[in-house]
Design a protein around this ligand. Structure first.
Ligand code: HEC
Ligand code: HEC
Ligand code: HEC
Ligand code: HEC
Ligand code: HEC
Ligand code: HEC
Ligand code: HEC
Ligand code: HEC
Length: 247
């Protein structure tokens, strides 16, 4: 019976038996039990994490002793930035106040979030650290717990840096932001509470681009047919209206 089995099958079976034996031996005798644990979170990992020192205390913990800073911050621009984002993990300090956390006074610290960066969302306050009141510490003019600028920002680019820089290189470069947006003064102080208007009709753009519009330097279209019934900005980005191939 055994003789009928071809030689190569015997060899392969022998090899498979060795490998299988090896795997089983490794599984039950060689590998530490933590490595063959098949639960979603291995026991040993859970134990290791639980045993760690908790480094952060959380903003509520600071309130017991620093109510002033909490109140100030909760009303200001930095309400969404937690205490320990700036002061570092401070649990040790909450248990023993003599071990003081760091207070980041250097310019580099604030610049980490506020330096101009093209990829930051529109409306996020950004400065150019090289020209924005250089050399002085940011906290001489801005209270870190309620960083209202000491005077109202002058330029829209202070917070809409990306749109402003896109527009600079566009056919609309010389058209001021307020030609198309009516901006209440309070928008620059409390931007989310009062928002500027945005153009709403085709006629608005037609004011410069319609055939009968007086402005000479603006290329003309037939307002009644061009782009059918769609709003102009469904096809042209108003801050960078693309030039046509023919021009
Ligand atoms: C049990 C009370 C207590 C708690 C809770 C507490 N602090 Fe303090 N903190 C103090 C005391 C006391 C001082 C020292 C004040 C002094 O010497 O002027 C201090 C000082 C500080 C300072 C100033 C350090 C410096 O260089 O002058 C910072 C920053 C600070 N705490 C941050 C925090 C943060 C963040 C939390 C929450 C995670 C927190 N504290 C929670 C009691 C507390
Ligand atoms: C945006 C970063 C930032 C955040 C958020 C922040 N702090 Fe500060 N904090 C600072 C800086 C910078 C200083 C140092 C100011 C100085 O000395 O000019 C400071 C100083 C302090 C001081 C020393 C006394 C004072 O008022 O100057 C305490 C206490 C303190 N912070 C507690 C807190 C607590 C509590 C919170 C959370 C409610 C918090 N901070 C949130 C940046 C921050
Ligand atoms: C972890 C990121 C972070 C750090 C660090 C940080 N900020 Fe801010 N800052 C913010 C956020 C978020 C806002 C609110 C933006 C908003 O409302 O859209 C803000 C708003 C501001 C504004 C309001 C500007 C305006 O007119 O709208 C000023 C000024 C400011 N921060 C200054 C500072 C200063 C000074 C420091 C350093 C002590 C600092 N920030 C550190 C995140 C940060
Ligand atoms: C000499 C005082 C002074 C210093 C120092 C200073 N700022 Fe300002 N900051 C101002 C004034 C005034 C404004 C509002 C007018 C303007 O836009 O320039 C302002 C506005 C801002 C704004 C709102 C956007 C804007 O440009 O209007 C941010 C964000 C800001 N500062 C962050 C910082 C940071 C971060 C530092 C440190 C690297 C810093 N400031 C240092 C005075 C100062
Ligand atoms: C202090 C910072 C700041 C300044 C200065 C500022 N803005 Fe804004 N702006 C914002 C923020 C924040 C938003 C809300 C962004 C969001 O919700 O995504 C916003 C929204 C807008 C919107 C959109 C409104 C909507 O309904 O979608 C327009 C338009 C606008 N700003 C135009 C301007 C113009 C024009 C200027 C200059 C005259 C200006 N802003 C100056 C911060 C500012
Ligand atoms: C030629 C007219 C025109 C000019 C000039 C213009 N905008 Fe706009 N803007 C619009 C229109 C139209 C929309 C609405 C677009 C939409 O809804 O898709 C808009 C939308 C916006 C929005 C909200 C949507 C977005 O793109 O984030 C902001 C913020 C904004 N503009 C800021 C500015 C600022 C800042 C300037 C000056 C640097 C400026 N705009 C100049 C026409 C203009
Ligand atoms: C359905 C998409 C669409 C809509 C909506 C639309 N356009 Fe256009 N627009 C185009 C295309 C595609 C071109 C380039 C081909 C052409 O010249 O017809 C163009 C070209 C233009 C030109 C350049 C003409 C020239 O001779 O150089 C202007 C100016 C213009 N559009 C303004 C507008 C205005 C203003 C509105 C709103 C009243 C608008 N567009 C709506 C798609 C559109
Ligand atoms: C205040 C007048 C004015 C308003 C309002 C205006 N534009 Fe323009 N637009 C111009 C001028 C001027 C140019 C040409 C600049 C140049 O070629 O140097 C231009 C260029 C363009 C171009 C590029 C055409 C080409 O062939 O290069 C398009 C597309 C355009 N605008 C679309 C719009 C849309 C969409 C709106 C409404 C959101 C709008 N414009 C509102 C004045 C205006």
């Amino acid at each position: 019976m055994l003789k009928k089995i071809p030689e190569q099958i015997k060899r392969v079976s022998f090899l498979i038996a060795i490998i299988l034996g090896g795997v089983l031996a490794a599984r039950y005798f060689i590998l530490p039990s933590s490595l063959v644990d098949t639960r979603f979170h291995r026991d040993s990992t859970v134990q290791r994490e639980v045993a760690r020192n908790v480094a952060f205390a959380g903003t509520t913990a600071c309130g017991t002793c620093h109510a002033d800073q909490i109140t100030k911050k909760s009303k200001g621009y930095h309400k969404t930035v937690s205490c320990e984002t700036c002061h570092g993990a401070a649990r040790v300090h909450t248990e023993d106040p003599s071990q003081k956390p760091t207070a980041p006074k250097g310019r580099e610290f604030c610049v980490f979030c506020h330096a101009y960066d093209h990829s930051r969302p529109t409306g996020f306050p950004q400065i150019n650290p090289v020209v924005h009141n250089p050399l002085k510490s940011c906290t001489t003019c801005h209270n870190p717990h309620d960083p209202v600028p000491p005077e109202t920002p002058r330029e829209c680019s202070a917070c809409h840096a990306q749109i402003a820089s896109i527009k600079t290189a566009s056919p609309h470069a010389l058209i001021g932001c307020t030609t198309c947006h009516t901006v209440p003064a309070k928008h620059k102080i409390s931007p989310r509470s009062v928002t500027p208007t945005k153009p709403e009709t085709r006629e608005f753009c037609g004011g410069c681009h319609a055939k009968e519009a007086p402005r000479q330097d603006a290329p003309k279209i037939d307002l009644s047919t061009h782009g059918e019934r769609f709003l102009c900005w469904e096809c042209h980005y108003p801050h960078l209206p693309e030039r046509t191939a023919s021009r």
